[in-house]
Every structure is written in structure tokens, then in C-alpha cells.
Design a protein around this ligand. Structure first.
Ligand code: ADP
Length: 507
């Protein structure tokens, strides 16, 4: 990875009029800009107007972007100093024809007027460069450091802090490296400084602190939710093939270093398509427990921002955050909401999808993706092709054996398993029920018995202990409108689609 300061310097040296830095870490961007450009910089941003770039003090709060740009395009060369203009968070201003025209004028003047040396640096996240500006603009992407970069940063810190290198063993290095993956070099600098200032050295014990820092970052972002996980694979009734598959993957992820030495690819992720309420979300949660790593949930519905351009940058940002939190599981819930019906003429959606696919294809980090979808009907075929997800599983309504297993899970959870011995009649009665329906039968039966006991008991209510009966379960099941009845047309259609698909059955 090339140092971004050098990249920016090179772009400015070859007279590129506009540089677009696409990143959200403004503190880091400012550091890169000041290293590359010195102090001869003025900034404009929507919050403080014309601003001193270094002190961030407002110089003229009420100056509009267009007034500021018009001034910088002035004829009088002396008055346009300093040479570097930073425009921060102006993506949403780039649909104003006057702003675009002013930027084009400045860019052209920089190219053709030898006396005029003003360069523009736009810093924002979300690529929204208007077509008219494309010929004058270069994009600076700030990549996250790879293994070699991380090693170099560690060495630099050991040297700068006079740490006895003998004490930093290969074992320490091996333990620290994966936890530093996904952080930007700025963030790596910060956590290494922190670790060394606390202990005077670096060791494998700093891993915990680094992981805590990563978690804090995820929380701050607001785009991704850190899900608290209590479920394990034992809480899932049925879906045995999928559970076995996930157990195998967890072994590879746990011994990733060893797996890589044996030339085994890092698992990319699994795509679980299927009927609602049949345990897809449950699988995502249980997998996190099985893998022993945090579960980050990215909700496709809420990611699709009000402005489509925002959705694209949201996705890029969310993925950066997940990489920063690796090793982790990135659960993309309702992926169909983001990527159904791609194609057409929605450029941004298509670009977003392309970005996601190439990230999945090239991904080497230990972010294990679990995508879940109810509807596989309209999903683009590229998503289902090999090379993206390691496997696609299809979850259907539970069969007899599975319904029995699900009943056992929920009876066990409520400590009622010994009260209802022969489950066969209930298994039969719940044909066409999904896992959520079955759970609701167990819960509602208990609740009804509990309320009845309360009503009948005039004495000490503290003694009430509900005992579930098969009769009650059958009564509630008879009165339950299962998903196959309440959503019959949709469920029948889904079953047909799954039958025709080549997805692996989770059962
Ligand atoms: P979805 O497939 O829509 O993601 P969920 O995993 O959210 O469904 O299931 C909803 C609830 O139904 C779960 O919290 C769980 O209590 C119950 N459930 C669904 N499937 C199963 C299953 N196979 N085993 C045990 N409980 C299940």
C-alpha cells in the first residue's frame, strides 16, 4: 500500500486541479493533507464557512460556498492565496450548476494559467463527482494497511519507543497482527502508542485492548449494530446440514493461521435463503457464539438512505467498519432489500452491488459474511454464483423431525420437557408451522395456563407453578393460524422457487 501522503503529494505535483479524498475519518484526512501541503491551506465547510484549516476557527461563517469559490477564481492572483483549498463535506452541494461551473473554472485556470496555482482538495465520503468535473479530478482512496504495512508500523513503534526487541517475540507478533487488521494506519498508530505507553512494551496481552477499541468504533458508527448473542447452535431445532457446515467453518476460522499455512482459503461467508421465521436469524446469532467472535448486523432496509448516493457511501463505510472489527461476523439481514432487481438504469444501485461483489470476491480478511433473505426470486444471479459466498443454503418449513426438534428446544428452554412425553400428536398438528409459530404455541399454552391458575388461586400466588399438558398444546395449536395459512400464496410461491433452485438444503 502506498503511503497516502505520498500519493497526495504526487497528485498535486503533477498539477491535478481537484483531488477527491473518499473517506470518513476527517481527523486522519486532515493529517494527510497537512503533511502533504504544509500550512498554506484554507478550508470551507457547511458548518463554519471559511475556516482556518489548522485551528478550525471560523474566519467567515456566513460566506457561501459559491461566494468563496468565486473569490478564489478572482483575477487578482495575490488575493487567491493560499494555494490549497480544502472543501469538506460538500457532496450534497455538488448538484448546484453554479458550484460545478465555479469548480470547473478554477480547475481550468489552474491548468492553463501559469501564475495561478490553486489546487482543490474535496474531502467527503460517498463518491458523487459530477460528470463535468471528472476530467479534472483524481480520487485518493485511503486503503487499510495490509500485513506488510502492519509489520512495518509495529517495527516503527518498537524502534521509536526504544522497546527491547528481544522481548517482543514471534508469538506476540502472531497474536497482535490479526487484531490490528482492518484498522487504518492512523488508528494502528494510536492503539500501538496506547499499548506502549501503558506497559512500556508490546505483547500478546494487548490484543484485548485493541479488540475493545475496535468494538468502540463500531458502536460509534451507527450504521452497524453490535448484536448481543446468547444463542448457540443447540438452540436451533433441525437444520442439521447447515449446523454441521457452520461447525466445520468455525474450526477453520478458529485455526485460521494454521489453515492458511495449509493453503486453505479463508472462509468468505454463507448465504441463507428461506421461509420467514424458520431460524435464519437464529443461525446468524448462533454462528457468532460458535465462532467466538462479535456479530455485526447490517440492516439493508435502513442502509438504503434517503438519498441514494448516501446508500453507496453507507455501504462502503459499513464494510470498512466490519474490516476494522475483524475477526467478526457481518450479518447482512434482508439482503434482497438492497440488491433485488439490480440492472435497469439505477446506476448507483448497480455500482453499490458491484462494489459489494468485488469486495466479497477479493476478501481475505476474517470478516465472515452471513447474508439472509426471505425472497430469492428477484436476486441478481451474480450474487448466487460461486466465488462470492462459499455456499448457499435454503431453509424450508420444518419437516416432522425438525418440528419435533424445535418443540424440544422450546420446551426445554421453559423447563417443561418432562411434562409432555409423547410429542407425536403435536408434531402432526403443527404441519405447515414455522419455528416462530411453534415457539408461539409453547409460549401461549404456558401463558394461558398461568393466567387460569392466577384466576383460580385465591391463596398465596407465590406458589403457582405451571405444568404444561399435551391437551393444552394441541388446543392452542388448533387455534393457531400458521404462516402457511396466513400467507398461503407467498409461501406456496416461495416453496416453488426453492424447489427449482439449486441451493443446498439446510435440512
Ligand atoms: P428468520 O428465518 O425469519 O430469520 P428467526 O430466526 O428470527 O427467523 O426465527 C424467529 C424465532 O422463531 C426465533 O427467535 C426462534 O425462537 C424461533 N425459531 C425459528 N426457527 C427455529 C428453529 N429451527 N429452532 C428453534 N427455534 C426456531
Amino acid at each position: 500500500m502506498e503511503n497516502p501522503v505520498n500519493s497526495l503529494q504526487k497528485m498535486l505535483d503533477v498539477n491535478i486541479p481537484i483531488v477527491y479524498i473518499d473517506d470518513y475519518d476527517f481527523a486522519r484526512i486532515d493529517e494527510i493533507i497537512s503533511k502533504a501541503c504544509g500550512s498554506d491551506i484554507v478550508e470551507w465547510n457547511p458548518a463554519t464557512g471559511v475556516t482556518n484549516f489548522l485551528s478550525k476557527c471560523s474566519i467567515r461563517r456566513d460566506a457561501s460556498l459559491n461566494d468563496f469559490l468565486a473569490e478564489k477564481y478572482a483575477d487578482d492572483i495575490e488575493s487567491v492565496k493560499p494555494d490549497y483549498i480544502v472543501l469538506r463535506e460538500i457532496a450534497s452541494y455538488l448538484d448546484d450548476p453554479q458550484t460545478i461551473s465555479l469548480l470547473t473554472h478554477i480547475a481550468q485556470r489552474k491548468l492553463y494559467d501559469r501564475e495561478y496555482d490553486t489546487s482543490i482538495i474535496i474531502s467527503d465520503y460517498g463518491l458523487t463527482i459530477p460528470n463535468q468535473l471528472l476530467p479534472y479530478t483524481s480520487i485518493l482512496n485511503i486503503d487499510i494497511p495490509d500485513e506488510a504495512d502492519i509489520e512495518r508500523l509495529i517495527e516503527e513503534h518498537l524502534e521509536a519507543n526504544d522497546v527491547d526487541k528481544e522481548k517482543f517475540t514471534d508469538k506476540d507478533r502472531e497474536a497482535l497482527m490479526p487484531s490490528l487488521r482492518g484498522l487504518s494506519s492512523f488508528e494502528i498508530d494510536r492503539v500501538l502508542d496506547m499499548a506502549i505507553s501503558v506497559n512500556g512494551t508490546l505483547s500478546d496481552k494487548d490484543k484485548e485492548m485493541i479488540l475493545q477499541q475496535k468494538k468502540a468504533q463500531v458502536k460509534k458508527s451507527g450504521l452497524i449494530e453490535l448484536v448481543d448473542v446468547k444463542e448457540s447452535l443447540d438452540d436451533i431445532g433441525g437444520l442439521n446440514k447447515l449446523k454441521d457446515y457452520l461447525k466445520d467453518k468455525s474450526m477453520v476460522m478458529k485455526y485460521l493461521g494454521l489453515a492458511q499455512k495449509n493453503k486453505i482459503d479463508t472462509p468468505k461467508g454463507v448465504f441463507i435463503v428461506g421461509m420467514p421465521g424458520c431460524g435464519k436469524s437464529l443461525c446468524a446469532k448462533a454462528t457468532a457464539s460458535q465462532f467466538g467472535c462479535p456479530l455485526l448486523k447490517l440492516d439493508m432496509g435502513s442502509m438504503m438512505g434517503k438519498y441514494v448516493g448516501q446508500s453507496e457511501s453507507n455501504l462502503r463505510r459499513a464494510i470498512k467498519i466490519a474490516e476494522a472489527a475483524a475477526p467478526c461476523i457481518l450479518w447482512i439481514d434482508e439482503i434482497e432489500k438492497g440488491f433485488s432487481g439490480i440492472g435497469g438504469n439505477n446506476d448507483i444501485m448497480t455500482r453499490m452491488f458491484g462494489f459489494f461483489l468485488s469486495w466479497m470476491q477479493d476478501k481475505t480478511s476474517s470478516v465472515y459474511v452471513i447474508a439472509t433473505a426471505n425472497n430469492a426470486d428477484n436476486l441478481p444471479p451474480e450474487l448466487k454464483r460461486k466465488g462470492r459466498f462459499d455456499e448457499i443454503f435454503c431453509v424450508e418449513l420444518p419437516n416432522n423431525e425438525e418440528r419435533e426438534a424445535i418443540l424440544k428446544v422450546h420446551l426445554n428452554k421453559r423447563k417443561q420437557i418432562d411434562n409432555v412425553k409423547n410429542l407425536a400428536p403435536l408434531v402432526k398438528k403443527t404441519d405447515g408451522f414455522n419455528g416462530a409459530d411453534i415457539e408461539s404455541v409453547v409460549n401461549q399454552s404456558l401463558e394461558e395456563l398461568f393466567v387460569k391458575e392466577l384466576q383460580n388461586n385465591n391463596g398465596d400466588k407465590g406458589d403457582i407453578k405451571v405444568t404444561l399438558t399435551m391437551d393444552k398444546l394441541l388446543e392452542v395449536a388448533t387455534n393457531t393460524v400458521s404462516i402457511s395459512k396466513s400467507c398461503k400464496p407467498q409461501i406456496d410461491k416461495m416453496a416453488e422457487i426453492f424447489k427449482d433452485s439449486k441451493f443446498k438444503s439446510a435440512t
